[in-house]
Design a protein around this ligand. Structure first.
Ligand SMILES: Cc1ncc(COP(=O)(O)O)c(C=O)c1O
Length: 339
């Protein structure tokens, strides 16, 4: 018999539904749904640019950040070119690379779950068009700190675009966080990718954006589908920007829950690395496969990479408590964590 899913902690979504003010803005837009949205999403682009304090010709909006990434790949890749990224990572990169005709080049993570910047640099050659850095990293939550990122960017040849995926940056609290928009002037081959799907809780509405040089953004925008950004989503993003302080409090709560989850799991005997996204990463030799099975049995859907790891999205307090109770009941966890 299938066990019903009580808590979906598998897709790094926000546990919160849209704020009332955001819902109202969406309803007003729904009432106008017989009208097309803008041919190009100029108004939304300008709003996002003003909010990011960059000129609007440095912002490209797309259908989720995956949409912007696909536009980038289509803009710069020719058949046979390569796209380099650390693996394991977000599943979409190899798919998007293949959609653009590129050959994916996965580079193993270091044993502690960090993107191996030296190995990524060593994998770049004359066929490489894009190197992806995911910061904070999905699924391990590891972070590339400011100095390491600057050094990396200095060593990437100019013919390679750096796709710096910051889908989870709002959840990072490190003192050594890179200030990526300030790096754009020095690195015209850098695209900083952001999204309204995670911290802003609008995953269903598919709005992401990229910040980059005028030239790179112009090329990405040429891949934008006409009328491609829908009006309800645009209204929701604009209302969310107006409610930013309220949304930031929600992010703070997720961060506090992440730290609580981590602390409790550590005291149960699990080895849990410091994570900087809205998730917690468990890896062998801790019993991740048994953990995944127990969580599935308790109706908690998580992202399980058999033999490799378990990514738990930070949910609401009730969901996180269910995770803790379930993993605490595992007979094997203490023995395995002492191995
Ligand atoms: C690293 C990373 N980037 C991007 C995305 C997708 O974001 P969007 O909804 O903006 O396409 C995800 C979603 O899980 C992700 O993990």
């Amino acid at each position: 018999m299938d066990i019903p899913v009580l808590h979906r902690l598998s897709l790094n979504e926000s546990p919160y539904p849209p704020l009332p003010s955001v819902r109202e803005a969406m309803q007003r837009a729904v009432a106008q749904a017989h009208r097309y949205p803008q041919f190009r999403p100029d108004e939304l682009t300008e709003r996002i640019a003003a909010w990011c304090r960059v000129p609007s010709d440095r912002v490209a909006v797309g259908s989720g950040s995956v949409g912007v990434a696909l536009q980038l790949f289509r803009a710069v890749v020719r058949p046979g070119d390569t796209v380099v990224y650390a693996w394991r990572t977000f599943d979409a990169y190899p798919l998007l690379a293949a959609m653009a005709g590129a050959r994916p080049v996965p580079v193993p993570l270091s044993p502690d779950g960090h993107q191996d910047l030296g190995a990524l640099l060593a994998a770049l050659d004359h066929r490489t068009r894009v190197v992806v850095l995911c910061n904070p990293h999905n699924p391990t939550g590891s972070l590339v700190a400011a100095d390491a990122l600057s050094a990396f960017l200095r060593q990437v040849p100019r013919h390679v675009t750096v796709l710096l995926d910051e889908a989870y940056i709002e959840f990072a609290r490190d003192t050594d966080l890179p200030d990526t928009p300030s790096l754009l002037d020095a690195h015209p081959n850098l695209l900083v990718l952001r999204t309204f799907s995670k911290a802003y809780g609008l995953a269903a509405l598919r709005i992401g954006y990229g910040l980059g040089s005028v030239d790179l953004v112009g090329r990405i925008r040429r891949q934008q589908l006409p009328f491609g950004i829908n009006a309800v989503a645009t209204a929701a993003v604009k209302a969310s920007l107006q409610a930013e302080s309220e949304l930031r409090l929600r992010v703070d709560t997720v961060v506090a829950e992440r730290e609580r989850l981590r602390g409790e799991l550590v005291s149960l005997g699990w080895r849990v690395p410091h994570g900087h996204a809205n998730s917690v990463w468990l890896a062998p030799p801790d019993p991740v496969d048994e953990g995944a099975a127990a969580l599935a049995g308790a109706g908690v859907q998580v992202r399980h990479y058999p033999g490799e790891g378990l990514r738990l999205t930070v949910g609401d307090r009730n969901a996180n408590d269910t995770v803790l109770t379930t993993l605490a009941g595992l007979p094997t966890h203490r023995a395995a964590s002492r191995a």
